[in-house]
Design a binder for this molecule. Structure first.
Ligand SMILES: [Ca+2]
Length: 199
């Protein structure tokens, strides 16, 4: 039988998830941007536009202010990971219509050994780009990553890309919401772990 603590743990997961149970192995903090963008770089980029139309939750804006075409990775969060594990980075992205030079999302990861992800880190490889992303609709972005040996932290990056052209301002803006970075290998064994502990 489940202990009281075990039952309470399950209730917490159900309550926080609302309609859908969250992946409790998600290592992102504040990926839904409820009320603010705390725990992210550039928390001032919080915006009231929410992917599900919530009046209280919002999203974060990744802003590209460069002249050159390409992606600027402005929004970051450093999270703990397990070496050898496979992780899935997912989010909902939104590009407002009417922006010049066709803004688009791009996501990527750098690997680190120290908390806080100091220094440049080791790039996972080329970022995942969405150059033909639709406008005026929230749509998913997704990529998988295998943590290299000896690495304990990941700095995941949410970028804004823009096509060739002359203008700098207005800037290219891509919104992100519901950001998750979850371990996806060994799901079954890990899913029952809280129940075993609670007995
Ligand atoms: Ca939100």
């Amino acid at each position: 039988m489940l202990s009281v603590a075990g039952a309470a743990l399950i209730c917490i997961f159900a309550f926080e998830g609302g309609l859908a149970l969250p992946d409790y192995r998600d290592v992102i903090i504040n990926g839904g941007f409820d009320s603010n963008a705390a725990n992210w770089s550039h928390p001032e980029n919080w915006d009231s536009l929410d992917s599900r139309g919530s009046a209280t939750s919002g999203s974060i804006r990744s802003i590209n202010n460069r002249v050159a075409a390409g992606v600027l990775f402005e929004i970051e969060q450093c999270v703990p990971v397990e070496a050898g594990g496979r992780y899935r980075l997912s989010a909902d992205a939104y590009v407002a219509p009417g922006q010049q030079r066709s803004p688009y999302p791009g996501i990527g990861v750098f690997w680190f050994t120290q908390p806080g992800c100091p220094g440049l880190g080791q790039p996972n490889g080329p970022p995942t780009l969405y150059p033909s992303f639709p406008t005026n609709v929230w749509a998913p972005v997704l990529s998988y990553f295998d943590v290299p040996a000896g690495k304990s932290y990941a700095r995941m990056e949410l970028g804004a890309g823009r096509g060739p052209g002359e203008n700098v301002s207005p800037f290219a803006v891509v919104h992100y919401d519901n950001v998750r970075f979850s371990r996806v290998d060994g799901l079954v064994a890990r899913a029952v772990l809280p129940l075993l502990i609670s007995e």
